[in-house]
Design a protein. Structure first.
Length: 222
């Protein structure tokens, strides 16, 4: 039989163990967020999320000549009527052209000039995006920027495209493009000689902007 002193000691030990257990905490080394450089917020003049989220990486094609597949016209047509395009006014086109050439001059590049066939290709893409409610360089039928430019009759040694949606003015769309590395590289590509521009004020992300750049096959700038 245990003595009274032994019983008290056992009770004290048990109480101490219980107290220590109640005070025990668990900790983990802080988890550092994984570094990322693939996703960046693209500021715009109006600082809206819709404008920041509506930019797309540029598509640049550089070949000596279009491949045969690029010259083949698509046989697929949109299932719905094409939305009428709000034409780019001379003022809008000239403003974007001036903004583009101002940036190009600062980068040591020659100015680009407005080219009707590139504008035709840009208009077709803006209308298609507005009508079929998508936002991408490639159409649902699979047409690429290079194919659209080729169909418009522009013979190229290189072509590139910028698109945007939701920016209400030429200045705002240029701000969005210039704050995106890929778009900025396209605008400041010294090989370009020509530019086309179109905007359509229709659809859920209206307006839809398309900017086509081109280097004609007979006059390439490197």
């Amino acid at each position: 039989m245990a003595s009274p002193g032994s019983a008290i000691s056992a009770e004290l030990i048990a109480a101490l163990v219980a107290a220590l257990a109640a005070l025990t905490t668990y900790s983990h080394a802080p988890v550092q967020p994984a570094p990322t450089d693939a996703v960046q917020t693209i500021p715009s003049a109006s600082s809206t999320v819709s404008e920041a989220a509506s930019s797309q990486p540029t598509t640049v094609v550089r070949q000596a000549a279009p491949s045969p597949s690029m010259a083949t016209p698509s046989t697929q047509l949109p299932s719905a009527p094409i939305a009428p395009a709000a034409p780019v006014t001379d003022s809008q086109a000239q403003q974007v052209l001036q903004l583009v050439n101002r940036q190009r001059s600062g980068a040591g590049c020659a100015p680009v000039q407005l080219e009707p066939r590139l504008t035709q290709a840009a208009s077709a893409h803006s209308r298609d995006m507005a009508n079929r409610r998508y936002f991408d360089h490639q159409s649902p039928d699979g047409d690429s920027p290079a194919e659209r430019v080729t169909k418009a009759g522009y013979s190229w040694s290189g072509t590139g495209e910028n698109i945007a949606a939701g920016q209400s003015t030429p200045q705002k769309v240029m701000d969005s493009w210039m704050h995106s590395e890929d778009h900025r590289k396209n605008i400041l590509n010294c090989m370009w000689h020509d530019m086309g521009l179109a905007v359509v004020h229709q659809g859920p992300q209206s307006p839809y902007w398309t900017q086509e750049f081109g280097a004609p096959r007979s006059q390439r700038r490197d």
